[in-house]
Design a protein around this ligand. Structure first.
Ligand code: SF4
Ligand code: SF4
Ligand code: SF4
Length: 419
């Protein structure tokens, strides 16, 4: 195996291929705090890509209710258990050292084993093939909270209060992470899985695939799926015609994918970032993705300890137990929630950009507005300004303009009762 640098782990790790990086990387930020679990994203992907025979149980995008929901059922519990067993066998601990952080190791260093390092040598990554029944529904345990001790009517006696609710659930939005070090590509004996140099999108070449399902087995996120009618595996294609700017609506610039563009909760922001030859993101502080992930660090990778360097980032839910979130998003959780709870002036403006135009935003500018609100958050003074944020598309044209305070539109009297 080769040695590659994984910045999410803050160290080099083993991977089957030599290090090589695309010029740009497909990426997204999901704000879990805003998701309403409507599954519009799930339906949009199904209606676009997986409505044919043999794809009935295939949901490239799904939204699962944590802690119990998962599609396929128990996918993360099972991989975490396999990793635990590998640590026990090798007498190692899956610990993070977050005392030293810098640009090359923003969350500190992961000292445990990744899925590539936990193998017994017979595979390139640990994994399993889910049984058919585990793919049966994308909504197992939807809207189900953890259990709590209630009164004699079953009503919670604790109520809810921050920082951690005693009774909780949250929605986790999932699709292929278009990983920097894809386990699906590492697993494939036919070399049918590839990462595009122009945008980092990971695709399966159906003409090479023979349906061995090694990608299904070794993708830790279980986002490669087998189709019995064609005897090939399929996965999220990142809506690549839209990303390429070939959609008739796109006016020749990259557009957000279908699952991103339909989101009524406005939780998703999708973009392309420039990648340097060493895999780091080219410094670009006015790019919304760079700002959210690298500068403010409020958006974190999902299970970074797996080692694939996933490229979908999550703003963690404010109310969920920190230990659970730490396991899911790594040691950046506390700082991310603190910054989200009391956003900086710039962050508050950038958060307005989510899901406001179908075009990908490559740069933003902020026009300063007046102070509109002052309060205290967590014992510290906090001010809100009605700034205006302007997003620009790939050709530098203005794509969207929004103010922090939403304008109020009053109906004229003659239209008061026209519903
Ligand atoms: S999430 Fe899975 S299918 Fe997607 S690129 Fe990563 S390893 Fe491959
Ligand atoms: S990016 Fe496109 S193909 Fe992938 S899950 Fe979203 S809608 Fe489906
Ligand atoms: S469409 Fe948006 S709000 Fe609705 S479930 Fe999907 S991510 Fe959540």
């Amino acid at each position: 195996m080769a040695e590659v640098y994984n910045w999410q782990l803050g160290r080099k790790m083993k991977y089957v291929f030599e290090e090589a990086h695309p010029q740009k990387q497909f990426t997204a930020v999901f704000n879990i705090n805003r998701c309403i679990g409507c599954q519009t994203c799930t339906g949009a992907c199904k209606a676009t890509w997986t409505f044919s025979k043999g794809q009935e149980y295939m949901w490239w995008n799904n939204v699962e209710t944590k802690p119990y929901g998962s599609y396929p059922q128990h996918w993360d519990i099972k991989i975490l258990q396999m990793l635990d067993e590998a640590h026990a066998a090798q007498k190692k601990q899956a610990t993070w050292d977050a005392t030293q952080t810098d640009a090359k190791a923003p969350y500190g260093t992961y000292n445990g084993l990744t899925i590539f390092e936990a193998t017994d040598g017979n595979q390139n990554a640990i994994g399993y093939i889910p049984e058919d029944k585990e793919w049966r529904a994308p909504t197992f345990y939807e809207d189900t909270s953890n259990s709590y001790t209630g009164d004699n009517l079953g009503i919670s006696t604790q109520g809810v209060s921050l920082p951690e609710h005693q009774t909780w659930f949250f929605y986790l939005q999932r699709l292929c992470n278009h990983c920097t070090y894809p386990a699906c590509a590492a697993a494939c004996p036919r070399k049918a899985v590839y990462k595009r140099p122009e945008d980092g999108i990971v695709l399966i070449d159906p003409s090479r695939c023979r349906g061995y399902r090694k990608c299904v087995e070794e993708c830790p996120y279980k986002k490669s799926m087998y189709r019995g009618t064609t005897r090939t595996s399929e996965k999220c294609v990142a809506c690549y015609p839209r990303v390429e700017g070939n959609d008739p609506l796109s006016e020749g610039v990259p557009m957000e994918t279908r699952c991103m563009a339909v989101c009524p909760g406005k939780i998703r922001l999708n973009g392309l970032v420039d990648v340097a030859a060493d895999g780091s993101w080219v410094e670009d502080p006015k790019h919304p993705m760079y700002f959210l992930v690298k500068q403010e660090k409020i958006a974190l990778p999902l299970y970074p300890q797996f080692g694939t360097e996933p490229n979908i980032y999550y703003i963690p839910p404010r109310w969920a137990p920190r230990a659970y979130l730490h396991q899911m998003f790594g040691p950046g959780v506390e700082a991310a929630i603190a910054r989200y709870a009391a956003p900086s002036r710039e962050l508050l403006a950038v958060l307005q950009l989510f899901r406001t135009t179908q075009k990908m935003i490559f740069r933003y500018e902020i026009e300063e507005g007046p102070l509109v609100h002052e309060t205290e958050i967590n014992g510290k003074p906090w001010q809100m300004y009605n700034d205006t944020v302007i997003g620009f598309d790939a050709k530098g044209r203005e794509a969207v303009r929004l103010s922090v305070v939403e304008p109020l539109h009053e109906r004229p009297p003659e239209r008061l009762n026209t519903i």
